[in-house]
Design a binder for this molecule. Structure first.
Ligand SMILES: *[C@@H]1O[C@H](CO)[C@@H](O)[C@H](O)[C@H]1NC(C)=O
Ligand SMILES: *[C@@H]1O[C@H](CO)[C@@H](O)[C@H](O)[C@H]1NC(C)=O
Ligand SMILES: *[C@@H]1O[C@H](CO)[C@@H](O)[C@H](O)[C@H]1NC(C)=O
Ligand SMILES: *[C@@H]1O[C@H](CO)[C@@H](O)[C@H](O)[C@H]1NC(C)=O
Ligand SMILES: *[C@@H]1O[C@H](CO)[C@@H](O)[C@H](O)[C@H]1NC(C)=O
Ligand SMILES: *[C@@H]1O[C@H](CO)[C@@H](O)[C@H](O)[C@H]1NC(C)=O
Length: 451
């Protein structure tokens, strides 16, 4: 289903591409021009969302998009508002976040139980964290927990899932035993946990979060989900005690750790985190071709699935965050952010509006005809993260923060769901789904898969 959808996109595009007039015109030296470009991409992204329509479900994207990507998308809209000041998407954002709060007030909605992975939950948790950092007003009293408390609840529910039955620790991909992938320990789940813990530490200065961030980092390194030179791999099977690792590299795994390391450097000022952050940035070279970002594992062979087409959005997001909280990284990354943004803008020239973005930015302005939430969000993020000088940076409890802390949010979590809704979940999969199954076939033989 996913692959045929992509094929349709390509067919549809060849007709639309004929005139090729559009493209997003963006001057990287003009914040106004960048805002305009981000606004065009944001409007294109918003068109995919139907959850605010009567009878639809706030916080869900239509098929084939999975629930986690909707959380990722609202994180993009929260940052969009923060960077541009344009608040036109804030109400659909608050509405969706509120509707998806779910069990334990920790983004565990019963409708998603059948596939709810730690990574899926965490993408919503990171959106709440961004809302707190960016000072998006909390929901009105009595209508839900604060944004910060939601992020804390995600952290607390995940910390109790730290699993020492095998592999010496780590989070499993899946939360519930009955879901596919329960035996997989993937890097994105552990990386999201690291990211949230690190940012909670920066925000609250509570040492417990820093300790967990260290613990997750050290475990990933020990088990080989991360190499000594800061490359991040996909995951490992705990039925084999995590003795072998799937070595595919994704932009979002590098990005999620980059931002966490940057937060820890910011909060501690330590040489140790500076070295680690430098190493992560250096290792992201694998995701740039002539300084233009690309998804190395699947972009050139046209095999990126619906999830993977959004991953560049998160590396762009977390590079922006990193440059704000660790300003010395700017010289290492700003140039490639700008070149990637220009390349992305140049190919946003398809579709009815002649401003729809495709997947490949390395195509010298030729739109590849792959359209969707991921493609649109990635372009939007690479544009808006050029606006880091327009903002003061993530708030903390002692520096401008307005979201209320609740360190015990999400407590009393049990291992099985409180409520379970079988009707709506169908056979949807989570954020890391193809990470283990399909891709082994797709990219076998590529160098980054070699152990
Ligand atoms: C958001 O605001 C727009 C414009 O004010 C309005 O048309 C729309 O109904 C609002 N949506 C929600 C979910 O409140
Ligand atoms: C769960 O599904 C039902 C039925 O589609 C829907 O009415 C409800 O809003 C959904 N809840 C969430 C949190 O998605
Ligand atoms: C499983 O892996 C952990 C972590 O590497 C190790 O400490 C433990 O000894 C291993 N257990 C077995 C039975 O090999
Ligand atoms: C940068 O990355 C390359 C390739 O992974 C590695 O060989 C080199 O040692 C790294 N340099 C630093 C300073 O980390
Ligand atoms: C830490 O991050 C804040 C934004 O949250 C920024 O204002 C500050 O300059 C950073 N600290 C350092 C030492 O760079
Ligand atoms: C720090 O966080 C931990 C873990 O959530 C919590 O148990 C503790 O109460 C917090 N401490 C303070 C001072 O808020």
């Amino acid at each position: 289903m996913k692959l045929s959808r992509s094929a349709l996109g390509v067919l549809g595009a060849s007709a639309l591409l004929a005139s090729g007039a559009g493209a997003i015109d963006m001057d990287i030296n003009s914040p106004e021009s960048i805002k305009k470009a981000a606004g065009i991409a944001a409007a294109g992204l918003r068109k995919w969302y139907t959850g605010d329509r009567p009878g639809d479900v706030p916080g869900n994207l239509p098929d084939p998009y999975f629930w986690w990507e909707c959380g990722a998308m609202f994180n993009a809209f929260i940052d969009y508002w923060y960077y541009t000041g344009d608040d036109q998407y804030n109400n659909i954002t608050s509405q969706a976040m509120q509707h998806q709060i779910g069990d334990y007030q920790a983004f565990m909605p019963p409708n998603q139980t059948k596939t709810l992975g730690n990574d899926d939950q965490a993408f919503w948790g990171m959106a709440a964290m961004s809302a707190a950092e960016n000072k998006l007003p909390d929901l009105p009293d009595g209508q839900g927990p604060s944004w910060l408390a939601l992020a804390q609840a995600v952290f607390n529910t995940q910390a109790v899932r730290w699993n020492t039955d095998a592999c010496g620790g780590g989070l499993k991909w899946q939360i519930f035993t009955f879901n596919n992938g329960y035996n997989y320990r993937n890097t994105i789940s552990n990386g999201c946990f690291f990211n949230i813990a690190a940012r909670l530490y920066k925000y609250t200065n509570n040492q417990t979060y820093a300790d967990w961030a260290e613990k997750a980092w050290n475990w990933e390194l020990a088990i080989g989900l991360m190499s000594q030179d800061y490359h991040y791999f996909d995951g490992t099977d705990d039925r084999q005690n995590c003795s072998s690792v799937n070595h595919i590299q994704w932009t979002y795994n590098a990005g999620v750790h980059m931002a966490g390391a940057a937060a820890l450097w910011n909060a501690t000022g330590s040489e140790e985190w500076r070295t680690k952050l430098l190493g992560i940035i250096n290792a992201t070279n694998v995701f740039f071709k002539d300084n233009i970002m690309f998804e190395v594992a699947c972009e050139s062979n046209g095999k990126c699935d619906v999830d993977q087409r959004s991953f560049k959005a998160y590396l762009a997001r977390w590079m922006g965050y990193t440059m704000i909280v660790a300003p010395w990284t700017r010289d290492l990354m700003m140039n490639r952010m700008q070149l990637s943004a220009q390349a992305a803008a140049k190919q946003c020239n398809a579709g009815e509006d002649q401003q729809t973005c495709g997947l490949r930015w390395t195509n010298n302005g030729v739109n590849d005809g792959s359209f969707g939430v991921g493609e649109q969000m990635a372009a939007m993020e690479i544009f808006q993260n050029l606006l880091i000088d327009q903002v003061s940076g993530p708030a903390t409890e002692n520096a401008g923060g307005i979201s209320k802390s609740d360190p015990s949010a999400g407590g009393e979590v049990q291992s099985q769901p409180i409520t379970f809704n079988e009707i709506t979940t169908g056979d949807k999969a989570g954020a890391g789904f193809l990470t283990t199954i399909v891709l082994i076939g797709i990219v076998a033989g590529a160098w980054w898969m070699v152990a």
